[in-house]
Design a protein around this ligand. Sequence first.
Ligand code: NAD
Ligand code: UFG
Length: 300
Amino acid sequence: MAILVTGGAGFIGSHTCVELLNAGYDVVIADNLYNASEKAVDRVKQITGKDLKFYKADIRDKEAMNEIFEKEEIESVIHFAGLKAVGESVVKPLEYYENNIAGTLVLCDVMRNHGVKNIIFSSSATVYGDQKPPYVETMPKGECSNPYGWTKSMMEQILTDCAKADSELTVVLLRYFNPIGAHSSGKIGEDPQGIPNNLMPYVSQVAAGVREQLTIFGGDYPTPDGTCRRDYIHVVDLACGHVKAVEYADSHKGVEIFNLGTGTPYSVLEIVHAFEKSTGVKLNYRIGERRPGDLPDSWA
Ligand code: NAD
Ligand code: UFG
């Protein structure tokens, strides 16, 4: 029996595959390589010394997904596949709703047709909207500030409704805070195409001389140093959270929500100074305008 990892060639997916293989699970990846490379899959095999099955497949392609479920003995699904750039989702809402929502509908339908009863879903702290942190799982969801966030909120609802309709189904909704870092082997990590949207890859590229200067988005927020605070969680800790979620799903039914964060916020300036201290590299940065849609504070 194997775990199907959709989007398993991506940043969080590849680190999760390492932890699943290390924990003794068989792994099958389905990824269309829209935002990843098959090299990451080879690196996962190198790191673990274990084999896995890789399918270059789009989760919206029902025929391809059916074929995977027919060939492989899938017991649980970890669903990472999706588009994730907040700013891009504002410009291309249809592409985001189509890829994320339609893909999830196909996946759920194929799972149902093959009697697969466990799904672990990559959600986001963004579903809490603009409430006062700390965010706890029992809070109601809030208004999302962009289409990407709404796709996460809607997919949570779709999966919850599927579990209401099928008492045998287990749905684990994992709400991530800010995943950062890379595997200690240095073989896999975050490698975004083009100009990074997220703080840590931008910081790394400035330190490496790939980009000239980091712009800190806003220095006048109502926070201790004026820059936004976030709950940064190491990607390997996040990956281990998925192994725990698979174990949890094996012995529970229904829907459960878990935040994956640390509970401790750090400001952008604190992150910049910590990076400088640990690498010994001075970062060229300036304080710029606020980025539309950013919240001052977010932590678990
Ligand atoms: P990523 O882009 O590195 O990984 C997503 C993977 O899904 C990529 O490999 C991409 O090729 C694949 N994919 C996209 N659409 C697909 C489709 N239709 N069919 C098959 N494969 C498809 O992103 P990531 O940072 O690893 O994020 C993984 C998941 O976690 C995403 O759902 C994302 O929304 C969610 N998430 C990420 C963050 C974050 O800050 N990185 C925060 C909260 C939630
Ligand atoms: N930031 C900068 N300069 C940059 C990039 C980011 O100052 O060049 C700041 C942002 O303003 C923010 C902080 O760094 O204050 C973190 O920004 P990220 O873009 O790295 O992350 P976000 O908190 O905006 O969003 C992330 C994920 C989303 C997810 C959300 C959940 O990218 O997918 O966390 O909390 F929905």
